[in-house]
Design a protein around this ligand. Sequence first.
Ligand code: NAD
Length: 465
Amino acid sequence: MTTVQNLIGGERVGDPELARHNPANPGEIVAVTPASDASAVHAAVSAAEQAQGAWAALPAPARGAILLDAADLLRSRHSQVAEDLSREEGKTLAEATGEVRRAIDVLRFFGSLAWQASGEVLPSAMPGTTIFTRREPVGVAALITPWNFPIAIPAWKMAPALVSGNAVVIKPAELTPLSVAHLSNALVEAGLPAGVLNVVHGTGSVAGDALARDPRVAALSFTGSTRVGLGLHTILSERRARVQLEMGGKNAYLILDDADPLAAAKVVAASAFSLTGQACTATSRVYCTPGIMEAFLTALAKEAEAFTMGPVVSEQQLAVDVSAIDVARAEGATVLTGGDVPSGQFLRPTVLTGLAHTSSVVRDEIFGPVVAVLGVDSYEEGLARVNDSRYGLTAGICTRDLTAAHHFAAHAQVGVVKVNRPTTGLDLNVPFGGVKDSSSNTFREQGTAALDFYTWSKTVYLGHE
Ligand code: NAD
């Protein structure tokens, strides 16, 4: 068991109060953390506020160098970090290792970007004048993160915030404190000045709420459920602070008759069951045209039965997953495969058929390894079903028809479209985010677009002789 304290102004503080258990072995306590109250959060924001000016005054490449050194440190200890991530979150060691590598690459990407010019030089209509723009840091950036990517999401928020000259206060998910501890330790050991990065552990309703309400927080980037995100939007918008929300999803895949049923089944299984279905980009509803339905379902059942997954993250999440399967059964659905919990928090990959389009199992986010397959008569009906959702994060289409693929790319109401590729799995150098109730749909995360949220543009008119 590891004690993970808060990091405030360079000091490790706070008494251990909240325990996190290993989802694969619930008897084992993995870590204990403080349950921070508002005063701890306010101290963290004060430390950030004090440290920010000097940090922003450093040359950008000096800030970037710290991110690059932190990447090297994480690389040197990545097996231990991946093991801890797997123990606290439950994903398989292979998945955890991939996520740690992603965090390392994110630090490298943004660390290197520090060498790139920001701002533009533009002509002016006024004689003897040059215009240039500067990207200014927002000041104190608050980050509130979920448990499902416990090191990658904090890294892809922290890195653009820090390299842009902001100070950060992060409130990580209660279930996964160790991963953020590894990330923050690497940054501190790489030379990040005290107070530039602060970590406060605790519950969302106390520590998260206090962080969102602190008027010195200029921008809040949140990833988590739509319910919590929309509440935060109200709090931040009331004081006209910046807010970036990436929230829930009910991601859909459309399988057309011309697709290869085996390839489509592999794509859907990876989309629905990797990371135990606990990815915001996971597919949980599939629409099939009639000619491929039977062959696709046979192949998908085989893929699901052979899939290796970690446990569900918590007893509460398992109860949500099992209850959705119970609702499906009560509505007369067929459980094609899975649907049972062979041991502990291990749910078998589950494929449901025979549900109505109106079923809550088809419409509401479950966030587990449960996928519903429904029939549609045509591409047009499939597209309409994909778009008939309050959410709009990702969607995919399996087809060899380029016209259909392009039409889908243009008309799917989502932030990320995948053609013949799983809805899960993103590259780090391209914008990511959703539309509708999946996102604030203002600023994108990842890639160079991520810098926009953490900076504001100033226009300078420079007169010369
Ligand atoms: P959650 O909303 O319960 O918690 C997310 C974070 O918010 C945690 O740190 C939590 O402590 C904090 N929080 C909770 N209540 C709060 C409050 N009242 N005020 C301030 N902070 C509060 O979500 P979760 O269960 O950790 O994660 C699962 C959800 O995250 C799913 O809905 C999933 O779709 C979503 N998610 C979305 C993306 C994306 O990029 N769109 C990525 C990953 C996860």
